[in-house]
Design a protein around this ligand. Sequence first.
Ligand code: 3H9
Length: 707
Amino acid sequence: MTDLVQLASDNGIAVITINNPPVNALSPGVPEGISETLDQIANDGSVKATVLIGGGRTFVAGADIKEFGKMTSGKPRGAGLLPLLLKIEDSAKPVIVAIHGTAFGGGMELAMAGHYRVAVATAQFGQPEVKLGLIPGAAGTQRLPRLAGVSKAVEMCVSGTPVNADEALKLGIVDSIIEGDFLAGAIAFAREVAGKPAPKTRERNGKLGNPAENALIFSKAREAAAKKQRGLLAPARAIDAVEATTKMPFEEGCKFEQKLFIECLFSEQSKSLIHVFFSERETAKIPDIPKQTNIIPIHSAAVVGAGTMGGGIAMVLANAGIPALLKEADQAALDRGLATIQSNYANSVKRGRFSQQVAEERLKRITPTLTYDDFSDVDLVIEAVFEGMALKKSVFRELDRVCKPGAILASNTSTLSIDEIASATSRPESVIGTHFFSPANVMRLLEIVRGKASSQEVVATCMQLSKTLGKVGVLVGNCRGFVGNRMFGPYRREAQFLVEEGASVEAVDQALSDFGMAMGPLATGDLAGLDVGWRIRKEYRHLEVAGIRQPFLEDRLCELGRYGQKTGAGWYKYDDQRRAASDPAVGELIRKWVEEAGIAQRQISATEITDRCLYALVNEGARILEEGFALRASDIDIIYINGYGFPAHRGGPMWYANTMGLKKVCDRISEFHSQHGETWQPAPLLKQLAEQGKTFAEFGREQGATA
Ligand code: 3H9
């Protein structure tokens, strides 16, 4: 037996413990170990029932995802799981699966093969495979409907969202919730059922419904998946697999599921989503910051500026249980900020996200103020005032004066230099950028901008804080626009150039939306406010290099007061519900402006639109990587997926470039370079990797990344 699985016994009850930290994944050796213990138990006359439990912090979080990347043929390495599950189910002595932490994926499938399931009240149950571009591959789609019913099984397999122990009990996934000593409770349960006939999940057909009801469930699920999970393979296949449960005997259903699982496993979508899973976890690893670096406890915080960003950040802190002062310069602005926060919370209550009581508790954690008087006690300040260097510096001078030594002084700037902001203080080591994305209480991304003096403690604390706040923190360097916005510039520049050259506004947005972007680049501009970029461009105009083509359409739209959604018109026109419609007037204006500018018009294909916009992202990303402003290509991917609506199933812009082949990407960029000039100069790193036949991922591994 492997040391991944242990067998013990307690007065006639065998206890199998899986010990494969950190999450007891079903790595090679674990299924084999369980199988061997079952053989021993079968031959041991003194054993009356078996408890199967996970050691450490959780039951089993699923198949070992790392193994999937090693599979090259049509036969998945996890195929051994199905026979093991049958062996458990066919065991003459009842098997009670005891679940704490998570029973996810293969872990859930393992649990469902047992005759009974008991759980702690905090346990979670789910088939999250779809989030990895997969479907359950060890009879999950066949056993779950038999326990929880067809409709719930479809929902769980298609959304990947877990259920808690209470719901699992109601659904029939769990038989008992155990209070007190968990193992003792599970053993007591085992004693009660020992010697009695044990139910086999695969023979429980009572919840499989009738054809008419099922047909409706599947057609609704397909319709919803086509809308909400646009372009994704796994949700559709998960529905097919659950449908098979209602139409085929168990064994045939399993074979059908297996076929679909393999189709998903070898899809680009799954490879990309698995890349995203590991990359997200990789962001927390900072090579020069040891794991044991001191973390500054954050018991209280303050936010300067109660505008959209400041208010949102105060909510994020309050939602995570951190009390926050919210400072504004004048009462009217403070009142406006608070009113927005109140209405956001009221909306969440109305939508059933949390109760009125929870909303009130959160609101109570936010203390409005017009002064810096109480700032001396806080552990962290996040400045979110208007984007202007002089103003930011004056705020930081004040913070330096009032805050206690060791307090973290963070700026939410999206473009300005953290080092210059830090220079306004006597403690640049405490200064850092925490760049939230709008709306701050919704968007998962947090760019953490390391200044040249930011201390290791301050960086490590902010990385840790991002988790507490429910964000994905990505450490970036201090360059103009940092990583996300620096890349967004060329992306949106190309979108405008394409319109200048003859593509319609709608065609540009449609091509990127068809690619999978949450929104097209021009519609995104309307959402964010075209005036924001206009103001920044005016401020930085002196930095523009003469002779380099600059887009001009958005400046013209802004000159007409067309700032986007907030003024009811931008690239599109908007009704009072902010619903977009094409605006023929914009088409007319563009025709006139480009004619005046003498820009030749031509037919532009959807492929050229996506290539120009996406390769502009990739080229800038390669420069950022080479200059060291991002730690790894995969960090850039995580930024784009969580902050800019890049489709996760494409793995992020850098991963997407890998899948296209860097040589092909570089050749296309060179082609654009010769057609459109200097802005398309291929990034040296991209050129080098393309010549060497390498990917960004290989480059990352050479630099020490593990994702
Ligand atoms: C499946 O089961 C298919 C089957 O249907 C069919 C098979 C035939 N494998 O997230 P954390 C690592 S598909 C390998 O930071 P948390 C993770 O990379 C699978 N490694 O902790 C990290 O490593 P590191 C279906 C895994 O407490 C460390 O564990 N299951 C796996 O915030 C800690 O993870 C899933 O999709 C794994 N399955 O969250 C569940 N899981 O420290 C995926 C984790 O080196 N996992 N690791 O960075 C999760 O959702 C979360 O990890 C979990 C814990 C909620 C369990």
